[in-house]
Design a protein around this ligand. Structure first.
Ligand code: SAM
Length: 433
């Protein structure tokens, strides 16, 4: 049976999320594909799922304060989080609706006697909205990890680099819904025709411009029907990506006729942008070790008509020499915590060490594949120095003959984009050309 009520769908997604290692975004997409919902209800399901996972630690603090038993079952915790999130984070939902519909969801999902327990705690909190909101506000300074719902270890390490005000702004940023951006695919169309078709499709947008993007290249989507169902999307007229991801390709500056290696290519946001910059004249070897992600890369290249992209596992085709190499390394994603909803709960300090090791390997490999006059760009969406400057320093210390021509960091709050780091690396002999 297809369930049509937003809270029931949200509860089901959140239950599956709590019991599996599957990414929240994937679980939500699967559930929404099989549901028939008005767009306002689709938006509510997404807001509930994302909000509950973002604010999980603060929500659990509320649950802990009132639970009689120290251990609450996963099902009860998920429903309580869902109800409490509506009570304290969504002002537009009346308290009685938040309580009743969450209890109703427990009943429909056949969670048996849980309904009574959930009902009692939510009603109790519904009688104390103002004092509880004040306590939640106070928690942000008294215990930032819980108050801002982030891992304690990550806040502690980030606090060593940022002022208290900047740290607070970053934590707040990470808990905000992320804007959706569309990048024009010039291999298929121009800005004018795209905008004209969007008007018919009901896509509402703003023009967006950054130092590293050109006019009409990137648009902030304000309101739109489901993106995958848009004909302009299916026709490959645009790709969904944050403006920050265009910086690495801007710095690499691919020119028509060149051979380019994209060493970490899936799902293809940058590989297809390189093809766009080459105007499909030249060659892009897009290497990706993960077979499933390679499949998505191929689909995206086909959709966008990025004909010069050759999708490859890490095989002899990637041997070089190349005019330009992009190393868009796998990373901890700490610059995109706003977008990768559950990444903060998956991440461990050891992941940063592991990423550093892989990044050093990948950057070394990439540089060895450069031609004598070539250039490389190393990039991540991490805020951690160990994954950025320190990787470049370590590799260049081991591989003499290269130098950093330019590097740039994008900071979420300061630059109003996702976080990113990019470094342009060239052979020393060509540095002063
Ligand atoms: N450049 C892509 C884009 O713009 O769409 C995003 C790349 S993503 C940040 C990093 C990619 O590197 C992942 O698809 C991952 O599978 C791949 N990768 C390549 N070498 C890897 C390695 N040694 N270990 C883990 N992942 C690796």
């Amino acid at each position: 049976m297809v369930c049509q009520k937003p809270r029931e769908i949200a509860a089901r997604v959140l239950l599956k999320h709590a019991e599996s290692r599957v990414f929240l975004e994937d679980l939500l997409a699967r559930e929404l594909t099989s549901a028939t919902l008005k767009s306002v209800d689709r938006a509510l399901v997404q807001e509930l799922c994302y909000g509950v996972v973002r604010w999980q630690l603060a929500l659990d603090w509320l649950i802990q304060k009132q639970a009689r038993q120290p251990e609450t079952s996963v099902q009860a915790r998920v429903l309580l989080r869902l109800g409490l999130y509506q009570l304290f984070w969504l002002d537009r939902i009346p308290a009685h609706a938040a309580v009743n519909e969450t209890v109703e969801a427990a009943r429909t999902l056949e969670l048996g006697p849980l309904g009574g327990f959930v009902n009692a705690m939510l009603r109790n909190y519904a009688r104390n909205i103002d004092t509880t909101k004040a306590a939640l506000q106070e928690l942000k300074t008294k215990d930032p990890a819980v108050g801002w719902s982030h891992p304690k270890w990550w806040i502690e390490r980030t606090a060593k680099r940022l002022s208290p005000g900047d740290l607070q702004a970053l934590l707040a940023w990470n808990n905000q819904p992320a804007d959706t951006f569309a990048r024009l695919n010039r291999l298929k169309t121009d800005g004018g025709p795209l905008i004209a078709r969007w008007r018919d499709e009901g896509v509402d947008y703003d023009f967006a411009k950054y130092d590293w993007t050109s006019e009409n290249q990137i648009f902030r989507l304000r309101h739109h029907p489901s993106i995958e169902r848009l004909k302009t999307f299916k026709d490959g007229w645009f790709y969904v990506q944050d403006p920050s991801t265009l910086l690495a390709v801007h710095l690499l500056a691919p020119r028509a006729g060149e051979r380019v290696l994209d060493l970490c290519a899936a799902p293809g946001g940058k590989a297809t942008l390189i093809a766009d910059a080459l105007d499909n004249d030249g060659e892009v070897i897009a290497a990706e070790p993960d077979a499933r992600r390679r499949q998505r890369l191929t689909e995206n290249c086909d959709r966008l008509g990025a004909d010069v992209v050759v999708v490859a596992p890490n095989d002899p085709r990637t041997a070089g020499p190349f005019d330009a190499v992009l190393i868009d390394a796998p990373c901890s994603n700490t610059g995109v915590l706003r977008r990768r909803i559950d990444a903060r709960w998956r991440l461990t300090p050891n992941d940063i060490t592991q990423c550093h090791r892989i990044q050093v390997e990948l950057l070394s490999t990439g540089l060895k594949r450069l031609g004598p006059q070539g250039r490389a760009v190393y990039s991540t969406c991490s805020l951690e120095p160990e994954e950025n400057e320190q990787v470049v320093e370590e590799v260049l210390a081991k591989l003499p003959g290269f130098t950093v021509a330019k590097s740039q960091s994008l900071h979420p709050v300061r630059d109003k984009t996702d976080g990113a780091y990019v470094a342009l690396i060239v052979p020393t002999s060509s540095a002063h050309r």
